[in-house]
Design a protein around this ligand. Structure first.
Ligand SMILES: Cc1cc2nc3c(=O)[nH]c(=O)nc-3n(C[C@H](O)[C@H](O)[C@H](O)COP(=O)(O)OP(=O)(O)OC[C@H]3O[C@@H](n4cnc5c(N)ncnc54)[C@H](O)[C@@H]3O)c2cc1C
Ligand code: SF4
Length: 343
């Protein structure tokens, strides 16, 4: 049985108190929300903080509501509540689907959307017990000097493996971050950097407090009707981390022609990747079979999975066009608008 290292547990009631605690204990403190990722990682001795600062009891991190021109989601909301919330389902079905396909039901009841955005990267050579990692020889991301994936490189390429950020990026979502220096807002697209050791533009002492998604215009507006899709490849359909996630958002004119289209994939490298060249293919077109195929092949050209997570990278690459087609399916359903594409 894997045991947790000893730690002291703190229950602040406000974001200010949480920031003070982490300031007091410095590198020896970490935030914990649902604990669904941090606790297993602590059992593997990937993190051994002497102080855990719980975000669970902080009311300021709760709430999901439409505020002016955006949907405002507290970082402390569980994935289950995000997935089930009527405003999320009605307006951004890809986000609801992404949240609703993280792990399994128990983990979604505990895991939060803030924890999902701040999820540590994953790798076959990293998410292992201390005994396993020591036997092989530690790696760059934790205690070692080599990368077992690239062999020669001095860079960690562990995989960004969180489901909700790709959907948030296609929707132009933003995160609000609070730290000792005050409050700032970062687009989710700029929040991630290609560094598997720490892949976020967030200092360890900063807290993600809110996630905001701009509301789309009404269907007849200049931008067109927003339709979204999401598809996830995983080993078991009930609980696993993604081997590949595709999120798409399209703004469609009343005649069904594409005004704007965005696609983001993840679980390949250390940050989510925006697919490029899609507007050139799809703008002004109907999403017929030929256009969808061209989009799928364009994505295939751009995605080159590494041998960083379990399952053959060549097979994962071959699945890219398959999952792009699946993610685009709800955008083609002219009458019903956004639908369910997660697989
Ligand atoms: C079996 C299993 C399967 C899983 N499958 C998936 C999956 O398919 N897809 C997926 O995306 N995830 C998956 N996960 C990971 C995890 O359950 C989710 O990502 C979840 O959303 C993490 O949220 P949490 O609140 O539990 O985060 P925690 O575990 O509490 O924290 C994760 C990290 O984020 C930091 N953190 C948490 N909240 C904040 C905040 N508000 N501000 C700053 N830092 C913060 C913590 O310090 C920690 O470093 C899986 C986990 C398990 C155990
Ligand atoms: S990608 Fe390399 S450095 Fe990063 S966790 Fe995996 S083996 Fe370690």
């Amino acid at each position: 049985m894997l045991r947790l290292p000893a730690f002291e547990y703190h229950r602040p009631r406000t974001v200010g108190e949480a920031l003070e605690l982490v300031d007091r204990y410095g590198d020896d403190a970490m935030y914990v929300a649902g604990g669904t990722d941090l606790v297993p990682n602590m059992k593997h001795r990937l993190f051994t903080p002497g102080h855990l600062v719980a975000l669970k009891g902080i009311g300021e991190l709760k709430g999901i509501e439409v505020k002016g021109d955006h949907l405002d989601i507290g970082a402390g909301e569980t994935l289950s509540s995000v997935a089930a919330h009527p405003e999320v389902r009605k307006r951004f079905s890809s986000l609801a689907d992404a949240a609703g396909h993280v792990a399994g039901p128990q983990l979604r009841n505990a895991g939060t959307i803030g924890g999902n955005v701040c999820l540590d990267t994953r790798c076959t050579y990293y998410n292992q017990t201390e005994f396993w990692r020591k036997a092989l020889g530690y790696c760059l991301k934790k205690d070692g000097t080599v990368c077992h994936v690239t062999k020669v490189g001095k860079k960690c390429v562990a995989a960004h493996s969180a489901d909700t950020p790709p959907a948030l990026i296609t929707l132009d979502g933003e995160v609000e971050v609070r730290g000792p220096g005050g409050v700032r807002t970062v687009s989710v697209s700029d929040f991630f950097v290609p560094d598997g050791i720490w892949n976020a533009r967030r200092e360890p002492g900063e807290i993600v407090t809110r996630i905001r998604v701009p509301l789309p215009e009404d269907g007849e507006g200049d931008e067109g009707e927003l339709r979204t899709g999401y598809a996830k490849l995983r080993q078991r359909d009930s609980i696993d981390f993604p081997l590949l996630t595709v999120a798409v958002a399209g703004w469609i004119a009343p005649d069904g022609r594409v005004r704007k289209l965005r696609g983001v994939v993840t679980a390949l490298g250390s940050r989510p990747r925006e697919l490029t060249g899609w507007d050139e293919i799809a703008e002004g077109e109907l999403l017929g079979d030929e256009v969808v195929e061209a989009l799928a092949q364009r994505a295939h050209k751009q995605c080159r999975p590494l041998d960083n997570i379990i399952v053959d990278p060549d097979w994962r690459r071959a699945m890219v066009p398959v999952y792009v087609r699946r993610a685009l399916e709800p955008l083609r359903e002219a009458e019903s608008g956004a639908g369910q594409a997660a697989a």
